[in-house]
Design a protein around this ligand. Structure first.
Ligand code: SF4
Length: 384
């Protein structure tokens, strides 16, 4: 039997941390998806002093501190305020789900739109907490697979459009009309949200596209890969897990003035070309590293729902499974919602193996130890 897990309608933030197996998870939402080197070093220091020594890069390009105690939380919050990484209040923080293409010119339309949309957030109608906005206004789209409900994109004539996620066409807008158009579309969505239809894509699938939508967006770009790009250097962090000491070394040794966060478990180091220092700091700088294609949730001991450790196994298996590996601490499948050729699901200290499916699908083989898994998968695909 296949049972898709229920997704909680609440997003943790800095003001509203989430209690996990190893303490509080404090999610920081950098403004415009960017941190100066000083801000990033400040976060690394917080993680080393009050957290578990790692930062998690999320699929919405935010950073999480893990393992913060309730006693230390007020100090963490005060430090975030000193670093200017804290929103005025929890409600504003919860609404500020804005994802911005990392491939932008500083001070360009993406930055201006982000600032205008941030100012307009209080004018949006009440919407479910996970609702987000993508600003993906380059010549090709790069955020098409990232979570967002309202998408600002380009059409074939370089015009700006606003597209509802799930719709194939969008509404032409200008920089001046972008905010009113977003408010209109948000009101359209708010009227259609139900307990079962809480994201734009589901609403569009169930009720149809907004009538004025008439323009196709430009095509999607190929998936971004580590390496040099116009704005700097993209470097990968397997599973989105960034040891604080590695981040300090990365920033110090490359001299990056700022980093841009991406939803692809990669950081863009502004103005950097030094791949050697980035690689020495422990980051992936070359194409084709299988670890960047594998997903593994934090697992035990970090998540109370997990009975198995996940990432060590994923590191061992990823080179053998270039087509896709998902190691999930339980059947909720937080790390990957799409189907995967191989999914290993923790259950009572062992793993179930699902082929070509999701973490919540019926297992093909059950109650496996790590050694049994290695044996089965090694038979399938000898290591390259
Ligand atoms: S999938 Fe992983 S992170 Fe999500 S609830 Fe299960 S064990 Fe926890």
């Amino acid at each position: 039997m296949t049972v898709e897990p229920q997704v909680k309608g609440w997003c943790p933030g800095a003001h509203r941390p989430m209690l996990s197996g190893d303490g509080l998870v404090v999610r920081v939402r950098p403004r415009a998806g960017r941190l100066t080197s000083a801000e990033a070093l400040g976060l690394a220091g917080l993680s080393s002093t009050f957290g578990n020594g790692t930062l998690d890069l999320t699929s919405r390009a935010n950073l999480q501190l893990r393992g913060v105690s309730e006693d230390d939380f007020p100090t963490v919050l005060a430090t975030l305020e000193e670093l200017d990484l804290l929103d005025q209040d929890a409600d504003l923080e919860a609404r500020r789900n804005i994802l911005i293409t990392p491939f932008r010119k500083s001070g360009g339309i993406e930055d201006r739109l982000t600032a205008a949309l941030t100012r307009a957030l209080p004018d949006l109608p009440p919407l479910p907490a996970k609702i987000g906005i993508a600003i993906d206004t380059g010549r090709t789209r790069v955020l098409g697979t990232a979570s967002a409900d309202f998408r600002f994109e380009r059409d074939a004539n370089d015009g700006l459009i606003l597209r509802a996620d799930g719709a194939d066409k969008g509404v032409p807008v200008t920089e001046e009309t972008a905010v009113p158009a977003l408010i209109d579309l948000a009101q359209w969505l708010a009227k259609r949200v139900t307990p079962d239809l809480r994201r734009m894509r589901k609403v569009v699938t169930a009720t149809g596209t907004p009538r004025e939508a008439s323009v196709f967006p430009v095509p999607m770009a190929a998936r971004a890969q580590p390496g040099p790009v116009t704005a700097g250097l993209l470097v990968g962090a397997p599973f989105g897990q960034i040891p604080a000491v590695d981040l300090v070394r990365l920033l110090t040794d490359t001299g990056a003035p700022a980093i841009r966060l991406t939803p692809w478990r990669m950081l863009l180091l502004e103005g950097v070309t030094d791949t050697i220092s980035a690689s020495r700091a422990g980051f992936v700088t070359t194409l084709g590293n299988a670890l960047l294609d594998a997903d593994a949730c934090p697992g035990a001991p970090y998540c109370p729902a997990a009975s198995v450790e996940t990432r060590t196994l994923a590191r061992r298996l990823a080179p053998r499974l270039p087509a896709g590996l998902h190691v999930s601490g339980c059947s909720k499948g937080c790390a990957r919602s799409a189907a995967s050729p191989v999914t290993l699901v923790g259950r009572e200290g062992r793993f179930d193996l699902v082929r070509d499916g999701h973490a919540w699908d019926e297992a093909d083989e059950a109650d496996l130890t790590e050694d049994q898994i290695l044996k089965i998968l090694t038979q399938d695909t000898p290591e390259a």
